[in-house]
Each structure stands twice: as C-alpha cells, then as structure tokens.
Unconditional design. Structure first.
Length: 158
C-alpha cells in the first residue's frame, strides 16, 4: 500500500544538468525525508501488538521512494472498512466456520450467536499524516538547496 507518492524523476533529471552534487543532494534529501516518513508512520500507526508499525519499510528507486506497511491489513487501518471506511461498502456478515455458534467477549461478558453483522472499522490514518508532516518542508529544503547551488557552488548543499 502506498498512501502517497511523488514522482521526482523529472526533477532529478532537471537538476542533474546542474552537476553531480545536486543529484547527490536530491538523493540525500529523498532518503532523509523517506526515513522521516517511516519513523513518523511507525509512531502514528495503531498498535495492538506492534506488527503493523514494525512492518513499515522503505523501497528506493531513482528519484523517489515507496514507504508503506508490509502487512496486508495496513490499508484497512489507514482507510477503514465497510460502512465505517472512507470508501463505504456493505456490512460484514460473520458466520461460524467450524461450530454452530460464534463465541466472543464484549466488555468482559461472553456472547454466543450464529451471525454477526459487523459495520467495519473506522479509519486510523497513520501513513498520510506522516507523509504530510515530513514532506511539507521538502519543497522548502529543495528550494534552499537549489539557491545554495547557484550562489555558493556545487558542494554547498550537502
């Protein structure tokens, strides 16, 4: 799942004409920003056992990065499900598989039933807020790096 992405390939190509140090600076900025997104998302991720937060990783490619969870339910936590999700759908019908009755606890009391009509889970955004928080200063930093390249020379941005 990718909650947000930016294709910086064209920008990297344009800046490459200014010299190798600009490309190094842009790659450094992408790596540090991607790491910030990952770190923030791990803190913001809903935690029951911590598997979701632990699964968040970074995959780099020329001019960008993909940051996201490695567990299948990460997208459901981010956007919600069924009637309570950001993309509403029908309720879930949960029926017993092996026995005739479902058994579970609600507020410490055991409940026995043959059918549960589950409305879904509400969204618990963690990737989008992390991306927004980390990427907001990205453009400012990139612009100041470009100004430094122009005014102070190719080794000033690092």
């Amino acid at each position: 799942m990718t909650a947000g992405s930016a294709d910086l390939t064209g920008l990297a190509d344009d800046l490459q004409n200014a010299g190798a140090s600009v490309e190094e600076s842009v790659n450094y900025l992408i790596q540090t920003t991607a790491q910030q997104v990952k770190d923030l998302a791990q803190v913001m991720a809903p935690k029951k056992r911590g598997n979701l937060a632990d699964s968040i990783g970074i995959q780099y490619f020329p001019g960008g990065a993909i940051i996201g969870p490695g567990v299948h339910y990460g997208v459901f936590q981010e956007f919600g499900t069924a009637t309570r999700g950001e993309f509403p759908g029908p309720i879930y019908l949960i029926r017993p598989v092996r026995a005739n009755t479902l058994a579970f606890q609600i507020n410490g009391k055991w409940v026995f039933t043959k059918l549960v009509k589950h409305p879904g889970i509400p969204p618990h955004p963690y990737m989008r807020p992390a991306l927004q928080q980390a990427v907001s200063p990205f453009g400012e930093t990139l612009a100041s790096m470009g100004v430094a390249q122009i005014t102070k020379g190719p080794h000033s941005a690092l």
